[in-house]
Write a protein of this length. Structure first.
Lengths: 75, 710
């Protein structure tokens, strides 16, 4: 299964589910929900954190949080 | 007391302003209220309460600006406040109406919060803000359709350009708020009997309020222990899984919102790359990004020091002349002395920091308002992480260069308690502006004014002190990270808003408000301590003082002015020596001797415990230069010529001066910082630990430096 930290720049992915953890709810209320489209906008100079475009907003997550988001790449 | 803590009740009704972060809620609040804003406290938390009374037609309305939040679930203190106010736990602040601000180009998330408030059953209205950026992105919202779908009045505005503000004023004055039906099926959230029991005990209106109370009961300090236990037992007995229910609620709510938005929002795809994305490729560049950040820091640094020099000198002079004129006008006596030597310099000691603090807050306000601050967090997070810090720690640490107090206050938006605590604990190690006068004098003694290449050695030494502070910060946080055992997971989740031009009026209002808070919060402590110090320095055990003074040879009646001056200075010095503080200085002399200090420096250390900048004025009095604090050069010369009567060598040799510099770099010598740490950590545990380790670090390092150099 692919998680959001593996998305490359220019790829578009769909969120399948948020893995259970103490951050699940927090991620969901920020808008990371199953079915939503997500893409990688920026990678910080040291490869972490990652800035994702989600709808019209840009949200920065650490790799460890991005690993909690399961995605499928769009073709 | 500067403010009343709760809005006076003469107002006819209260409106709470709520919304996600970065939706322009504060701009709307500023547009509605201007400088009438007041800052107060909520009981039990450190979140500032911002409110203002405004006149709408012939009525008075109180507008409360609630902290920006994504939901009313408790992730931080901000959200606890939002919940408390909206759920009516805080009877004093319960609003009659809610005005929810939503970013038009991010409707889904905005409505998440809106529909939660709908379910709480509060009369409300929606402001769709930032219509300009929505338009640029090809988003159109049918307000009337949204009103039909939600049952809540909707208006569109663009607060930055003032467009639609009069609409908000009309809405408030005509009270066009409506109490909508629940948005999702709230009855499903709780077992009915559990819900009924909670509603009855806390006299709540509906199931959603009961449900939120369960979610909050262990985080809410206003709830009594008994109530909290009762709720806990009820949930246990009912075998109710609030976390699971909440996950389901979140998904259900988003689904329902998406269904609404499908018919309400029209989106034309615009294939244009956003300007913000282009700017981000510059500001977040792997080398350029850091160069720009460093450049911005240098500009701020330069401005905070250079621009504030003139007003600081003015304030200093003003208070000095105020002191002397008060001393001249009032009849001589203890009360006059207290006012002219204790109270006025004490107030002056607070006021003198206003230019620096105001400037710093203005710059931080601009960085925040333009959206740059979240880019700094993004750039720095990975670098700070090995030390147990967070990208969000950077802002407090930078502020700490001016003053630790606003720095520690700025840690509030670090959601994770461990990261926040570490940041609070290390921020006072940054070299703050109060250390600067101490450094300047001591470096003047210890470092020759010569050049190595184009560099002035003294300037290099000063820069070295700042670097030393940073090294101490990183090392200490690394040790804290290893020794603090918290289960909480460290995380970073930060929205990067669009880049925008700063709104100067908002920056000014923020600067004014924060400076005011500093003056009154820290001011109380500084003033108290200065008065206590004055008493300790002015009085001593009876007899000792008279003896000391009479031992000084009085000048002949025809003596020159210089000789009289000299006599007066000697008397002042003898007075201080025989005071309680002087006795304390002698008492600690054995302990500080290994660091290379005599009892006079001991007095300076004791008086500096309240505020380190007191060092200069104490040294001035001790080495009888008179009380002209500003005359740093003469103090320096005096210190250099001071000779130890026992050894016949200079007191301030290089080893002592460096040892003292290092001591001042690390020691916790600021009552106001302690007071702020107490406030932010809600107890004496952390400020005490901080004082002990900083003092220990200072002592050991100063000892090592002295032993190495002498």
């Amino acid at each position: 299964m692919r998680t959001a930290d593996q998305i490359k720049k220019g790829e578009l992915a769909t969120i399948d589910r948020i893995l259970p953890s103490e951050l699940t709810l927090h991620l969901m209320e920020m808008g990371f929900l199953p079915g939503k489209k997500i893409s990688l906008l920026q990678r910080a100079p040291l490869k972490d954190p990652l800035a994702f475009k989600l709808g019209n907003t840009v949200i920065a997550l650490r790799k460890s949080e991005a690993k909690l988001i399961e995605v499928t790449l769009e073709n | 007391m500067p403010e009343v803590l709760t809005p006076p009740k003469q107002s006819t009704f209260t409106v709470a302003l709520i919304g996600n972060p970065n939706v322009g809620k504060t701009t709307i609040f500023n547009r509605l209220t201007g400088l009438r804003q007041k800052v107060g406290n909520y009981p039990g938390v450190t979140v500032d309460k911002r409110y203002a009374n405004i006149k709408v037609e012939d009525q008075e309305a109180t507008i409360i600006d609630l902290p920006g939040t994504y939901s009313i679930y408790p992730n931080s203190e901000d959200e606890v406040i939002v919940h408390r106010v909206l759920n009516g736990l805080d009877k004093e602040n319960r609003p009659d109406f809610v005005l929810a601000v939503v970013d038009m180009s991010s409707m889904e998330r905005g409505l998440f919060l809106v529909t939660q408030i709908m379910d709480l059953g509060l009369p409300m209205a929606i402001v769709l803000n930032m219509s300009d950026t929505a338009q640029e992105q090809g988003i159109k919202v049918k307000s009337h359709a949204l009103y039909k779908a939600l049952g809540v009045p909707v208006i569109q505005t663009n607060a930055r350009s003032n467009h639609g503000i009069s609409g908000i004023t009309d809405l408030i004055s005509q009270k066009m708020f409506e109490k909508p039906a629940p948005f999702i099926n709230i009855q499903d959230l709780l077992p009915q009997d559990l819900s009924e029991r909670i509603l009855a005990r806390f006299s709540l209106d509906n199931t959603y309020q009961a449900y939120q109370l369960i979610r909050f009961h262990d985080k809410e300090p206003v709830l009594s222990l008994e109530d909290s236990r009762w709720l806990h037992d009820q949930v246990e007995t009912a075998d109710y899984d609030i976390k699971q229910t909440q996950l389901e609620e979140t998904q259900k709510r988003y689904k329902a919102i998406q269904a609404v938005l499908e018919s309400v929002v029209e989106k034309t795809d615009i294939e244009r790359k956003r300007l913000t994305d282009k700017l981000d490729s510059i500001f977040l560049h792997k080398i350029g990004g850091y160069v720009i950040f460093l450049g911005i820091l240098l500009v701020i640094f330069q401005a905070v020091f250079a621009w504030s020099a003139v007003p600081m000198d003015l304030i200093d002079g003003l208070f000095a002349s105020l002191s002397s004129s008060v001393a001249n006008i009032l009849p001589a006596g203890v009360l006059t002395d207290l006012i002219s030597e204790g109270v006025i310099p004490g107030i002056g000691g607070i006021v003198i920091f206003i230019p620096q603090i105001a400037l710093l807050f203005a710059f931080l306000g601009i960085l925040e308002d333009t959206g740059y601050m979240s880019r700094v967090v993004f750039l720095m997070d990975r670098i700070m992480r090995p030390f147990g810090l967070n990208g969000k720690s950077v802002v407090p640490l930078i502020s700490g260069i001016a003053c630790a107090i606003p720095g520690i206050m700025a840690t509030r938006n670090i959601g994770n308690w461990k990261d926040r605590l570490i940041t609070i604990m290390v921020t006072p190690l940054m070299s703050c502006s109060a250390r600067l006068p101490v450094y300047v004098i001591l470096i003047g003694i210890a470092v020759p004014e010569s050049y190595v290449g184009p560099f002035n050695l003294q300037a290099v030494a000063l820069l070295g002190m700042y670097l030393l502070g940073i090294v101490a910060v990183l090392l200490t946080s690394w040790i804290l990270k290893l020794s603090l055992n918290f289960k909480e997971r460290s995380y970073l989740m930060v929205e990067m808003p669009l880049f925008r031009l700063p709104r100067w009026k908002d920056v000014l209002i923020t600067m004014y408000g924060k400076s005011k808070t500093f003056v009154f919060e820290a001011g109380k402590v500084i003033l108290t301590i200065s008065i206590v110090l004055w008493v300790l320095a002015s009085y001593g055990p009876s007899g000792v003082r008279e003896e000391a003074i009479s031992a000084i040879e009085a000048p002949a009646s025809d003596a020159s002015e210089e000789a009289v001056d000299q006599y007066e200075n000697k008397v002042a010095s003898a007075e201080l020596e025989s005071s309680y503080i002087g006795i304390a200085g002698k008492f600690i002399e054995p302990a500080i001797k290994p660091l290379g200090y005599d009892w006079k420096i001991g007095i300076a250390l004791i008086t500096s415990f309240a505020a380190r900048e007191v060092f200069v004025s104490t040294m001035a009095t001790l080495y009888s230069v008179g009380s002209d604090v500003e005359d740093e050069l003469t103090i320096q010369q005096k210190l250099e010529s001071e000779v130890n009567p026992e050894t016949g060598k200079a007191v301030f040799n290089i080893a002592t001066a460096f040892s003292l510099i290092v001591f001042y770099a690390f020691a916790m010598q600021c009552m106001s910082t302690l007071a702020v740490v107490y406030r932010e950590t809600k107890g004496w545990k952390w400020p005490l630990i901080q004082t002990v380790y900083m003092t220990a670090l200072a002592y050991v390092s100063a000892w090592a430096v002295y032993q190495f150099l002498s």
